[in-house]
Design a protein around this ligand. Structure first.
Ligand code: DCP
Ligand code: MG
Length: 416
């Protein structure tokens, strides 16, 4: 076997042009979109946060808030110490606006971004709600890719109203690092042949597949930067880490053969929303279901998806998940049917207290031949599902009570 050191550097990847797009402070940017006075101000978006409360953790913070030390995963309590609530103390300086996470809204914005991206690439892969890889090899070349990426950023800003940072490189891993290189509003192009020198000064933790434990172990071997990793003896790395040792060595040298591959088409489309405890009343629930049904039907329509099953999910106290569904005789695109079937299924819960409702369509088929690129936007095997909402209370299939009607194709997994 030839020593990896003799392999031509970046030999396998020069032909591809990969873009990595990552939205800037995405949840905060979405909040600013619907609440323009928040623009240019410190904004903190809290997961599990309730207005006026101190519970929860920071999902993201605007760059203005980050300047004061607020960061993702911090407790809201700590963030409030660094930046008091604007409303609570208008005279204090500095302060921030605090907003609770609203996934449903962020997913809508994400979908708009995805539509713009889909127009700019034949192959794209969404890896989270605010992040995607595009293979644009057939759309541009290395001379024009900076302009191409700049136009993409502008179009996202103009049509959706949020800002993206973009990295361009001949490999996925370098493109990802490049998009993070000059945030926010960044655009970094790493040309073929300069990947290794671009990576060299970075900490090893920036290299793909290098986690915190590996960082410590590499430090014990005297390796702290990507450049040191690229110059290390690959045999020693294999001794220590097995085959992964060779992989991280190659990534540090800018070698990454992975292709941007789309993920499969969705099995179902769903929308759900929580109802405030005080909302009560079956009328409110019916209105909510009507809205969700329209949103799901619209989403299916935009993707040229036909559905054969229509269903609802109803969460009743404490956290019982009830799903009801009805199968149709064939695949359809009939928004009014989604509405009427969903409302019909809901009738059973007319006298019950409802915490959360969802509407889904499943048994999907895609009518148009060119849906591949849009259907790719349904998340990643290791990432966030874009179509569906995640909620820690609704992932336990056992708590579903007598949930099947007519046909049994739909699963609770569709809601995860
Ligand atoms: N997110 C979260 N909890 C985390 C990290 C992120 O809920 N610990 C959410 C909120 C972010 C979104 O995911 O807005 C996207 O994650 P990013 O890591 O891309 O962070 P941002 O987009 O907020 O900021 P950046 O500008 O650094 O990309
Ligand atoms: Mg982001």
């Amino acid at each position: 076997m030839s020593r990896p050191g003799r392999l031509p550097v970046e030999s396998t990847s020069e032909q591809r042009i990969v873009l990595h797009v990552d939205m800037d402070c995405f949840y905060a940017a979405c909040e600013r979109l619907r609440e323009p006075p928040l623009r240019g101000e410190p904004v903190v978006v809290g997961m599990g946060y309730e207005p006026g409360e101190t519970v929860g953790a920071v999902a993201t913070a605007s760059y203005e808030a980050r300047e004061h030390g607020v960061e993702s995963a911090q407790s809201i309590e700590r963030a409030l110490e660094l930046l008091p609530r604007r409303e609570a103390d208008p005279d204090a300086e500095p302060t921030a606006y605090y907003r609770p996470v609203d996934m449903s809204y962020y997913e809508d914005v994400s979908e708009e971004v995805q539509s713009v991206l889909a127009e700019h690439a034949d192959v794209l892969r969404a890896v989270s709600i605010d992040e995607a890889y595009l293979d644009v090899t057939d759309r541009t070349d290395w001379e024009s890719v900076e302009q191409f990426a700049g136009e993409l950023k502008t179009e996202i800003a103009d049509t959706v109203g949020v800002e993206a940072s973009v990295g361009v490189a001949p490999t996925m891993s370098a493109a990802k690092i490049a998009s993070d290189h000059d945030k926010p509003d960044g655009l970094t192009v790493v040309e073929p042949g300069s990947v290794q020198s671009f990576l060299a000064p970075l900490d090893v933790e920036d290299i793909h597949e290098v986690g915190p434990k590996t960082v410590t172990e590499l430090a014990e071997m005297g390796i702290e930067t990507a450049g040191e990793l690229a110059d290390a003896d690959p045999a020693a790395l294999v001794d220590r880490f097995g085959e992964r040792g060779r992989a991280i060595y190659r990534y540090a040298r800018g070698e990454d053969d992975r292709d941007v591959t789309p993920v499969g088409k969705p099995k179902s489309l769903s929308r759900e929303s929580s109802l405030p405890a005080e909302a009560g009343g079956s009328r409110t629930v019916r209105e909510q279901v009507r809205t969700l049904a329209d949103a799901v039907a619209d989403r299916a329509n935009r993707r040229d998806a036909l559905y054969q099953t229509i269903g609802i999910k109803v969460v009743t106290p404490p956290f019982d998940i009830n799903t009801r569904e009805r199968s149709l005789s064939g695949p359809v695109d009939r928004p009014e049917l989604v509405r009427s079937v969903a409302l019909d299924l809901l009738a059973e819960f007319a006298d019950r207290e409802v915490r959360k409702v969802g509407v889904f369509v499943s048994g999907l088929s895609f009518s148009a031949g060119d849906q591949a690129s849009l259907a790719e936007w349904d998340g990643d095997s290791d990432g966030t599902e874009i179509e569906t909402h995640t909620n820690e209370t609704d992932t336990t299939p056992q708590s579903s009570s007598g949930s099947r009607r007519l046909s049994g194709q739909t699963t609770l997994a569709d809601f995860r």
